[in-house]
Write a protein that binds this ligand. Sequence first.
Ligand SMILES: [Zn+2]
Length: 247
Amino acid sequence: MKAPASEQLILLEIQERDTRLAQLQHRSKTLPEKAELVTARERAERLRKELVAAQTIVSDLEREQAKADADVDLVRERSRKDRHLLDSGEINDPKQLQSLESELQSLAKRQSDLEDVELEVMERLEGAQAAVAHLETALVAAQGDVERLDADVAQLDGEIARERGAVESERGDLVGGVSAELLGLYDKIRGDHAGRGAARLYRGRCDGCRIDLPPSEVAALKSAAEDEVLRCEECRCILVRTEEAGL
Ligand SMILES: [Zn+2]
């Protein structure tokens, strides 16, 4: 293929923009803040689930506590009535009195057992409430991290998008100076070779693959016409001759 040397030089300018665009895309994809954001979101989600589970435990224990309180109240009330009956002097039958005494004893034992249950439930409830409070604090912190990282990512992506816009606009201006045929070749090579379509020939070395050209090839390039589109034998990109080509 043939193309004026001036157009070939523009390819280097376009390549510079394309390399920058690839860097910007890579930077956007690999922003550490994005990975941190994913981790922070996962953490907040996990904490939210743990909080719901802990809140369920608290409400279960609150119900259990209300039942334990009611059980104790019931036994206390029964004891109070028995005691009242005993103290009233209305019962004179020794058998009845003895049975009342023994009921009071068993009620006292029952009350003590129920109070142990009540205490044990209260302790578990306190533990569960502390867990809820702890999770609430952790969740607020995690949500704060998510918001902060979200804002950081939006800002960084915004900066990247602005720079990409500027570089794309420069590229748009540059491609106007190159024939469709040359640009097509450049874009094809760029697509096939990891984003590099053109490279400078610099002091006998291809700037794309950084490999010194063998002397035989240098000799061949030396005799090539100025408008000959040259290719690097190694990396296949268009070799653009500059003043420092070293030929
Ligand atoms: Zn090369």
